[in-house]
Design a protein around this ligand. Sequence first.
Ligand SMILES: [Zn+2]
Length: 239
Amino acid sequence: MHECGFVAGMDGNLSVRLDSRRVLVTPTSMCKSSMRPADLVIVDIDGRKLAGRRNVSSEIGMHLEIYNLRRDVRGIVHAHPPIATGFAASGMGLTQPLVCELVVGLGCVPLARYGTPGTTELADALKPLIPDYDAILMANHGVVAYGHDLLHAYMKMETVEHFAKVALVAHLLGHEQPLSEEDIGKLLVSRKIYEGAKSAASMPPAPHNGSGTWQRRPRADVREVRRKTAAHWNSRSPR
Ligand SMILES: [Zn+2]
């Protein structure tokens, strides 16, 4: 996550459900790039420390809430990937069916309302969305993704950031062409074959808090973006 630029400094946290009563979690106040196995902490399902010399991540409450609501989940990653977090900081979920792979692999990525990090507010904000989605944007904060193991949780985080880049470019170009309901229906059939019960996100996209949909830019605004883009490339072309 650190090498991909999904976290800066001591941001982010990861966890794995070891068994029905123990969770392995990253420690608080530690850069993920310099973390070693001995730095990890084991807590029980109520967040009490069972093993480890460091203190557990301050976001343990969010992790435990997800494990509590999703028995199928065994790995969780939380990070602040810059493009997806930009959407979250702009009050936008990733809810447009712009790319077929996302419909099959993840479904839409809704936006949860803001909650102060390290408090129960954060878990409370995510709670209504956790049962139906495998990745959630956290308003003015970042992204959380989870799966049946840690690697799949991480790959969902990568997918969210990749899709955020695609959605941003499509939006800047001013010609988003979302898939039709008919095409989404066909993708959902193939999704059942490939993903089965491992993926929970509902489709078609259903923004929960009304702020997850794009507002199409006014035409003049789109023309301005194109003019600036053209000027940018012209200034870089060899003379
Ligand atoms: Zn965070």
